[in-house]
Design a protein. Structure first.
Length: 110
């Protein structure tokens, strides 16, 4: 959304996460920012975030049968749990009944 350009908390969070990768077993399960730039559109300037492609090709999983799907789902859920643990340990949190921006805790409050 053009009105979020320059105010986008996601960019700050992605830079914060990038500064903390490596030490936690879940750090490799959270996408990292590859690049960022701005484009001018009819509604104004927009932030563009370049992230790696994540996840398996779901169509290919169906061709492998139910056992492969179950194995993949277990692996994906394990990776999600590790990634969530890394985000929590990095001070990135999300909660509430309605969408709220994530908060980065300062190092002094840890």
């Amino acid at each position: 959304m053009a009105e979020l350009t320059g105010k986008n908390n996601e960019i700050k969070i992605l830079h914060h996460i990038a500064s903390r990768t490596g030490a936690h077993p879940g750090s490799g399960h959270v996408p990292t920012l590859l690049d960022q730039f701005k484009v001018e559109g009819v509604n104004g300037e927009h932030d563009v975030l370049v992230l790696p492609i994540i996840g398996p090709n779901l169509e290919a999983m169906y061709d492998e049968g139910p056992a492969a799907i179950r194995k993949s789902i277990k692996s994906i859920m394990y990776q999600v749990a590790l990634g969530t643990s890394f985000l929590h340990d990095s001070g990135v949190v999300y909660g509430g009944r309605k969408p709220v921006p994530p908060v980065i805790q300062s190092e002094t409050h840890r």
